[in-house]
Design a protein around this ligand. Structure first.
Ligand code: FMN
Length: 355
């Protein structure tokens, strides 16, 4: 139904893909508000995942397949999304200040490559508004992570204060937090992965949670980091008692796009020159290699593997590379509402590894 009817219908809407995205978030939000509709969704997308459950960074996950950050930036659709069989949701990225993000269009679907380029630029309603929404929301049945980022108007040298503000505001509502220092769409943001900047941010958050109460914090890294830079990030995380790594965000590289080497798909060719971060199939090998590199350097650290996972076999490979959990975004856009359930079913059949 999704691949034969709904997807072609939705993808053929001549409007900007963001309109389709907002429509999907609106529908999931509306369905999630009703307990009855959530129940019906849950029944429709249920998979028995008990053998896949695991505890990572002290949190119990009913299954290892999470929704990656950026899909539900303002926590509007979380109840609808949890009913689709995800083992956890990462909401946000939320910033201290509400901000509109970059001008539209800013999402480009590269169908030939099962990829997306986006340059959203952290469009979100801001930490105060998202915290308010979550404070009046009913409890979630799966762990919820909250991704925090730097507001565009905040100078890089004041980044730590900006992250700290969002962390304090959102602290009651997240089961874990993700420090996003890896989006390519906020100028200079990725330089916050450098040792001294990262140290400032992480030490501020670590000190804050000593006062507010313990919450696991993950650091999300870019796929374009050199191995030496990854080692430095790992050391800085270790020094600041961080709980894990999310690998990876989108890439500034255009490597792996078939449209760069073939004549196929003029429409896609038009898009690959767009600025922004690349996600989806072309990212899979890169993200997996980074996960495997981190695992070789830090045998015990919790890792959430993300990048180019479309099906259970992709997820299995990511877990085998050393991830404890996986997340999906682009695979969910192309695969539709049954993606998490289908991945879990396949992982069960393959007897997926647990770190
Ligand atoms: C349209 C779009 C928006 C995104 N927004 C965010 C975001 O706000 N924060 C974040 O950490 N990652 C964001 N991401 C990155 C994803 O969370 C994920 O790391 C990346 O897309 C790789 O996974 P995938 O290949 O499964 O999409 C975004 C990705 C896309 C496609």
């Amino acid at each position: 139904m999704w691949k034969k009817i709904l997807r072609p219908l939705l993808f053929s809407i001549p409007a900007d893909p963001e309109t389709t995205h907002n429509f999907a978030v609106g529908c999931l939000g509306a369905l999630g508000k009703s307990k009855l509709a959530s129940y019906a969704l849950r029944k429709r997308f249920f998979a028995e995942t008990r053998p896949l459950s695991r505890t990572v960074a002290g949190i119990r996950f009913p299954n290892p397949v999470g929704l990656a950050a950026g899909f539900d930036k303002n926590a509007k659709a979380a109840h609808g999304l949890e009913a689709l069989g995800f083992g956890f949701l990462e909401l946000g990225t939320v910033t201290r200040h509400p901000q509109p993000g970059n001008p539209r269009p800013r999402i480009f679907r590269l169908g030939n490559d099962s990829a997306i380029i986006n340059r959203m630029g952290f469009n979100n309603e801001g930490a105060d508004a998202v915290a308010r929404r979550l404070s009046s929301s009913r409890r979630f049945s799966v762990p919820v992570g909250i991704s925090i980022g730097k507001s565009k108007i905040t100078p890089l040298e004041n980044a730590a204060d900006d992250y700290l503000y969002s962390f304090e505001k959102m602290h009651p509502y997240g089961d874990y937090f993700a420090v996003n220092v890896s989006s390519p769409n906020t100028p200079g943001l990725r330089s916050l992965q450098d040792k001294s900047s990262l140290d400032k941010i992480l030490s501020a958050l670590d000190a804050a949670r000593k006062k507010l109460g313990p919450k696991p914090i993950f650091v999300k890294i870019a796929p374009d980091l050199a191995d030496e830079a990854i080692i430095e990030v790992l050391e800085t995380c270790h020094q600041n008692n961080m709980d894990g790594i999310i690998a990876t965000n989108t890439s500034v590289s255009r490597e792996g796009l078939s449209t760069m080497t073939s004549e196929a798909g003029h429409a896609a060719q038009k898009f690959y020159a767009e600025a922004g971060g690349l996600s989806g199939k072309p990212l899979a090998e890169k993200s997996r290699r980074i996960v495997s590199f981190i695992r070789s350097r830090a045998p015990k650290i919790p890792i959430i593997g993300v990048g180019g996972i479309f099906n259970g076999d992709d997820a299995y490979k990511m877990l085998e590379a050393g991830a404890n959990l996986v997340q999906i975004y682009t695979g969910f856009v192309y695969g539709g509402p049954s993606t998490a359930r289908d991945i879990n079913k396949r992982l069960l059949a393959l007897a997926a590894p647990k770190q």
